[in-house]
Design a protein around this ligand. Sequence first.
Ligand SMILES: Nc1nc2c(ncn2[C@@H]2O[C@H](COP(=O)(O)OP(=O)(O)OP(=O)(O)O)[C@@H](O)[C@H]2O)c(=O)[nH]1
Ligand SMILES: [Mg+2]
Length: 341
Amino acid sequence: VSATARSTAAPSSGEDDDAIVAGLVQEAREGKPRAVARLISLVENGSRLLRPVMAALAPGSGGARVIGLTGSPGVGKSTTTSALVKAFRARGDRVGVLAIDPSSPFSGGALLGDRIRMNEHALDEGVFIRSMASRGHLGGLSATTPQALRVLDAAGFDVVLVETVGVGQSEVEVAGLADTTVVLLAPGMGDGIQAAKAGILEIGDLYVVNKADRDGADATVRELKHMLTLGEDTAEDGAAAVAPWRPPVLTTVASVGTGIDEFVTDLDRHRAWLTEGGELGARRTRRAAAEIESIALATLRGRMLDVPGGAGRDELARAVAAGKLDPFSAADSLVASLTDR
Ligand SMILES: Nc1nc2c(ncn2[C@@H]2O[C@H](COP(=O)(O)OP(=O)(O)OP(=O)(O)O)[C@@H](O)[C@H]2O)c(=O)[nH]1
Ligand SMILES: [Mg+2]
């Protein structure tokens, strides 16, 4: 089937699409894992159903608390995530997990490892675990992660854990997605200078030094606390309704569950702080703004290449390269043709 044939066939399937979307959303809301999985696949594949799906999911969303976990490869993110799943399940919460795999666009070794570590939750209907490839976002979060989060939120998960490997920008990206961002370190890997360089001292709401059964954990905690104090805002705002949040530094041995209860207590404390001071709403609004902007930019970028009448980006580029036009005039002309439509 040619592309033309497919695209001309598309409009007639509108009613079917609506029925499919309504059915899937209904089943996802009932907590059916297969429907949730299919919705996330639609999101990942940029299906033409993406728009109707997002429109159907929008009402009644916002109930899930999103917790992002980031840290260098091998610090114990998946082990910690699994321990958190267990703790939240013990309270009766339904838990969704998104593991963002930066290693390849296909299911690679990292995913296999995650599956094994999360195995203990495989038969639990109250747990949904999904790995996503990071597709083109260099080492970072998948461009579709915000939409996958919307699916899990609408499906009624109480807690959504997002695991992402910290390589470059991805720590900062996960901080933009989550209500609460947890930075994981391990002894030896997390010396202060490294942490400062990676920019993680700005993004963590909680710091967890995992593998506390290893030598050097105390030194890592000390150094981290010191670095965090240096970065603290010393000007106390007496008028603020709630005291500023000071990120705690915790220790865990995730592989045996040590320190997980205290970790969950601090996650709850942060949650309460977010709600009391209005920061939760502010963070979610910022998140939505970034999401809207990125969708809008993708739309505009597509239109730049395809300007009716011929003066698209590439035609203008040839004119600029040939010295017939300056780049500012070219950009003005491009922007005008985009916004006229
Ligand atoms: N000694 C010790 N080992 C741990 C601890 N937590 C995790 N590990 C081990 O560390 C290794 C890596 O753990 P993962 O949970 O896969 O780490 P990760 O950060 O998810 O790794 P990537 O996703 O590949 O970046 C595994 O062999 C775990 O069993 C801990 O507290 N102490
Ligand atoms: Mg992992």
